[in-house]
Design a protein around this ligand. Sequence first.
Ligand SMILES: Cc1ncc(COP(=O)(O)O)c(C=O)c1O
Length: 390
Amino acid sequence: MIDVEQVRRDTPGCEGPVHLLACGSSLMPRCVVDAVVDHTRLEARIGGYEAEARQAAPLEGVYASVARHIGARPREIALMENATVAWRHAFYALPLRRGARVLTCEAEYAANYVAFLQRAKRDGLVVEVIPSDAAGALDLGELERRMGADVGLIAITWIPTNGGLVNPAAEVGRIARAHGTPYLLDACQAVGQMRIDVAELGCDFLSATGRKYLRGPRGTGFLYVAERWLEDLEPAMIDHFGAPWVARDRYALRDDARRFETWENSYALRAGLGAAVDYAERIGIDAIAERVRRLAGLARAQVAETRGIEVRDLGHERCGIVGVSVDHPDPRALVARMAEAGFVIGASSPSSTRLDAERRDLPVLLRIAPHYFNTEEEVERAVAHLGALV
Ligand SMILES: Cc1ncc(COP(=O)(O)O)c(C=O)c1O
């Protein structure tokens, strides 16, 4: 069981507005802030390169922490500035033939989908969206039916940005493995919210961010690249860190996932990411998952009894993001009104998840996304206040 009082004491932001936007950018615990500030102060005192050298061991430990958190090896991790950069590195590196089909889902995130469109235009890829089942999750039967030798990639979003859906990521992985098809999983909203085990997921690549459920600093993320790809996957862009210049006419790719990194980095933010992962591990990811779902369930139950607000979440299994539509001409204005009243919630525009939004004719949704540091009473007050505004 999580000691909620303790985690609230660990979180300076709990003294401020009620923060219910873990799916946007959550509140950092004090140890994360300290890690970032301490490293920055060290840089100020002795210089950036010297600080990096002095902290070499703990900075190296960040790879081990991230790897442990998702069941990977440190050499399979590249530290990145966000989830999008991580995802793009994998996607643009993949050598896909003209006419190769890329299978994705209706919940796919905008940043990923525009990249599909670019490679469709440039490289002749064919983007194919696997329909959802009656519950709104990726239809596994449809996926299986559409597999074939011309499928170059399965790339799906595990949890979408706009609500509580949890796509069957591990089952998709089993299908990908059975067909020997590369599988790129967007785990941006899953990391820090639930247990991630790359072996169980069967993915080749996984992208994630630091600032959401992991409670790390902004400007952090990571990419997992399965060992089997480290032999010869060529990044779309390289520098002399990922690919040292070993002879006048030759570079040699690093033999680990860091071939996707560049020479210059924010070591302060990396230290913060490491502290965030270690903190989540200390709390316990299963306890986090259980509490997040319970709080989200509370919010959903209360919304169901509130006139003018409707839960729009899909799927057989629901996570911590509560996506709601409101009977109001300007949902974003309600986000501002909630903020004035001391409640931080968010909005998600149809263009962030265009396929899903068009299929269901969704308006701008509001997102209520509690984390384990929130109390039941905070969630209840927030939903009650939203109800009073519509
Ligand atoms: C499902 C999903 N994928 C990817 C991203 C992009 O993450 P980042 O902003 O860290 O690049 C987001 C951000 O909201 C997201 O919700």
